[in-house]
Write a protein that binds this ligand. Structure first.
Ligand code: AN0
Ligand code: CP
Length: 319
């Protein structure tokens, strides 16, 4: 694997899950792969899970790790080309990226959508600049349009917990006070589409995701119909994709909060969320604390998805 940016980086999904479960059985068996290799992680946005799980995954493989919070202690970075840099940004990303590449063997990047310029977000300007100019394999730690390490962990988790060959998985929009990217929802959709599961998305009118992700997917506006018989409920908020509302909060309707009543329509479904989650908005205390909630094992699998990806990258790195 050269870069890890989306479902296409991973190849066959069943083989990827097998590889992940092998890593999970003995996560310290591959330490030789990362000896004298350095993983650099660059964060343009906050993180708890991605930062810790990816660092842990790299350490399990014997790698050294370095983490840089771009907004805390580094020079403010200009990202646009062709600007006169007479403002508050002393360094350009186009120098910073190749310099960072000099100090590592693998580079991870977290850079959320701006939620202001849809074309720039959906053309993945920042992630693609890292791929083009770092000279290193690039791992997405959540980009403008996708969160593939999360989706891979979600897939592993569903495979571990499913009790039917082809479970029904529902991705449900849920309310949130601030605008959030569509990345987690896009990415989850992309990975679910690759499987043979029954997959349904439900959201209020106006929250349609980008057609490039939802083509061929069932969108059920009737929330109760969507939840009926579900085996997994995956909750997530996202802001509007459609113009002229791109990046906007259209509704904070708490009748979309996942509660015990709506979970009662499912086939005793497991509750999933990528975290961080706002209780009382996305999900009630009762549901997230119920035995059906698998948000913690789901987060634990972030270490496994990251390690499986880093292992594949290290196996193909030139000596
Ligand atoms: C981010 C998002 O929705 O994309 C990160 C989730 C992993 N969430 C928040 O910013 C709350
Ligand atoms: N799920 C996830 O990526 O969490 P963080 O934003 O804390 O990394």
């Amino acid at each position: 694997m050269k870069n890890f940016t989306d479902i296409n980086s991973i190849g066959n999904w069943r083989k990827a899950v097998e590889d992940a479960l092998e890593v999970k059985r003995n996560r310290f068996a591959f330490k030789h792969l990362g000896t004298d290799r350095t993983m650099l992680m660059i964060f343009f946005n906050s993180s708890l899970r991605t930062r810790l799980s990816t660092q842990k995954a790299a350490m399990n493989l014997g790698m050294n790790t370095m983490v840089l919070d771009v907004n805390q202690g580094a020079w403010k970075l200009e990202t646009e080309r062709g600007v006169i840099m007479d403002g508050d940004k002393p360094e350009h990303l186009l120098e910073a990226i190749p310099v960072m590449g000099c100090y590592c063997d693998v580079i991870g990047v977290r850079s959320f959508a701006s939620l202001t310029d849809r074309d720039a977000d959906y053309s993945e300007v920042i992630l693609n600049q890292f791929i083009r100019y770092s000279g290193r394999p690039v791992v997405s730690l959540e980009s403008a349009t996708r969160h593939p390490l999360q989706s891979f962990a979600d897939l592993i988790t569903i495979e571990e917990y499913k009790t039917k060959e082809r479970p029904k998985v529902v991705l449900t929009w849920a309310p949130h006070p601030r605008p959030l990217p569509q990345a987690v929802a896009n990415s989850f959709t992309e990975w679910m589409k690759a499987t043979d599961y029954e997959f349904v998305i439900t959201h209020p009118e106006g929250y349609e995701l980008a057609p490039e992700f939802t083509a061929g997917v069932t969108v059920e506006y009737d929330r109760e119909k969507a939840f009926a018989g579900a085996d997994f409920v995956y909750a997530k908020n996202w802001s509007a994709y459609n113009q002229p509302n791109y990046g906007k909060v259209l509704s904070t309707d708490r009748s979309w909060t996942v509660d015990e009543r709506i979970m009662g329509l499912t086939d005793n479904a497991r509750f999933m969320h990528c975290l961080p989650v706002r209780r009382g908005m996305i999900v009630t205390d009762d549901v997230i604390e119920s035995p059906q909630s698998i948000v913690i094992p789901e987060a634990a699998n972030r270490e496994i998805s990251a390690q499986t990806v880093l292992k594949k990258i290290l196996e193909e790195l030139p000596a």
